[in-house]
Ligand binder design. Structure first.
Ligand SMILES: Cc1cc2nc3c(=O)[nH]c(=O)nc-3n(C[C@H](O)[C@H](O)[C@H](O)COP(=O)(O)OP(=O)(O)OC[C@H]3O[C@@H](n4cnc5c(N)ncnc54)[C@H](O)[C@@H]3O)c2cc1C
Length: 442
């Protein structure tokens, strides 16, 4: 993914290990730059759902005459954190199928980004794809829908009521046992009822992020040929150790470091975020006769089953609170513990999975925001006051996406880009910036 060469289309990649960012001259404050010199330079820290969404929206909404240079920094590369390993399940509901805060808005904006990534994927030269089969395996979006069985008699009335007020963009249909069997032969419903979201999606997160990055590159190329301002995008494989590294080099720094944001010295221990490690196990069928039904939906129950194909299932996820282990690698011991925890839960709903063969595991660290009366909302906003920096460079936080990063990243990336470009935090709804009033207990 990374190389040291720069292409003529102003899309550049570098693999830098030096401690200083560049030796370029100190830029003017953003407001002055946009008004007079029409040049801005932004650093985006992290190339997960948050980072790439904000990059795409920054290029999309920047004025045509603006010279805009964006440097992305990620120590691993695209999808190197929780985004790259996530289950890829996308729907706008709580576990009780109640619409989440601004669920429709979030859903629509995420769908837009998924389409953009799919279009970028299709625009690739066919010869680049080694084989059709390989391309199919690397799907961006899997449109099978998601089945949510009722797991608890106590909540059944609540679930039924919530299903009646579902969002038109992502419907929730109530199914009886027979209907559910028709959809997924072999499914076992503990309370004879399931809620089916036909429009809900299952994406391949790593492939999605790679194609979203390609869409950013394409946008830069298009803008460079049509707009009067020059646009540049560079991806640097580099570990960030503190915000002081960026002082004087950028007009704005947008921090999208996921659960590792707490490791920055300026922020460490001061955000109301808790970390939680999750392991996902990968299973394959024992033989050709016991595959998952061809169009069978993914399942959300006490454990979820995300369907990659009829021969490939991901089952997740564990919840290890307070972990600081962000490694995607899973030891044999950790994998075996996860398998023992997840398999009984998954097989309660889909018993056939008991025969499936374990073929690997991966893990990630979630950044969990505090619970508010509106649910667990991500943390956004300008953090200059918070970190005590009254400098020309604006520092912005886009974090705390919790376990719903796919749902939130589209709309919030758009909001964040508008806030950065206009240098105005007020374009962000106060529900997302009010975390600054909370004293962290963690
Ligand atoms: C097991 C599991 C399953 C999940 N399943 C789902 C799901 O099905 N649907 C859903 O919507 N959400 C899911 N999530 C949640 C989702 O993955 C997160 O909400 C989302 O990935 C957060 O995105 P992010 O961009 O904020 O962080 P990340 O994806 O973690 O991105 C941060 C990036 O910053 C980089 N980075 C970190 N520190 C540094 C540093 N010091 N220097 C340089 N680079 C650095 C990392 O390499 C990484 O690429 C799941 C999470 C887990 C753990």
């Amino acid at each position: 993914m990374f190389s040291n060469s720069a292409t003529s289309s102003q899309v550049m990649f570098s693999s830098s290990s030096s401690s200083s960012i560049t030796n370029q001259s100190r830029p003017l404050p953003l407001t002055i730059l946009t008004r007079h010199s029409h040049s801005s330079r932004f650093a985006v820290l992290g190339a997960g759902f948050a980072g790439l969404s904000v990059v795409w929206h920054l290029f999309k909404h920047s004025p045509k005459e603006l010279n805009l240079k964006i440097d992305i920094y990620d120590e691993v590369g695209i999808g190197g954190g929780a985004s790259g390993i996530s289950g890829g399940l996308l729907h706008p509901y709580s576990p009780k199928v109640k619409p989440l805060w601004e669920g429709a808005q979030c859903w629509n904006e995420s769908i837009k980004l998924l389409r953009i990534a799919e279009e970028a994927s299709l625009s690739r030269d066919c010869q680049v794809r080694e084989s059709t089969e390989q391309y199919m395996k690397a799907f961006v979006v899997n449109k099978r829908g998601i089945l949510r069985p009722a797991m608890d008699m106590k909540n059944m009335t609540k679930l039924n009521d919530n299903a009646k007020t579902c969002l038109p963009c992502c419907r929730v249909k109530t199914l009886n046992n027979e209907e559910a069997q028709g959809l997924l032969p072999g499914v076992l419903l503990p309370f004879n009822t399931a809620f089916f979201m036909p429009e809900a999606l299952n994406i391949n997160p790593r492939h999605y992020l790679e194609e979203l990055f390609l869409a950013c590159e394409n946008l830069v190329k298009e803008s460079s040929s049509h707009d009067s301002g020059e646009k540049q995008l560079s991806l640097h494989k580099k570990s960030i150790h503190g915000l002081s590294e960026f002082e004087g080099e950028y007009d704005a720094v947008i921090i999208c470091l996921g659960a590792k944001v707490n490791m920055l010295p300026e922020i460490s221990g001061r955000l109301p975020l808790r970390t939680c490690r999750g392991v996902i196990v990968h299973l394959e069928p024992p033989d050709d006769t016991r595959c998952y039904p061809e169009d069978g939906p993914s399942i959300l129950s006490d454990a979820w089953i995300a369907v990659e194909s009829s021969r490939s299932l991901n089952v997740g996820s564990t919840w290890e609170w307070k972990s600081i282990n962000s490694s995607p690698n899973v030891s044999i011991e950790e994998a075996s513990k996860a398998l023992h925890e997840l398999l009984p839960k998954a097989s309660t709903i889909y018993p056939g999975i008991r025969d499936w063969v374990f073929t690997g595991a991966r893990a990630g660290l979630r950044a969990m925001p505090p619970l508010t009366p509106l649910g667990s909302l991500p943390l956004l906003g300008c953090i200059n006051d918070f970190i005590g920096r009254n400098r020309s460079c604006k520092y912005w936080l886009f974090g705390g996406l919790g376990s719903r990063g796919l749902l939130y990243h589209g709309w919030l990336g758009n909001l964040m880009a508008h806030a950065v470009l206009s240098c105005n935090e007020e374009v962000i709804p106060s529900e997302l910036t009010s975390w600054k009033n909370i004293k962290p207990k963690y």
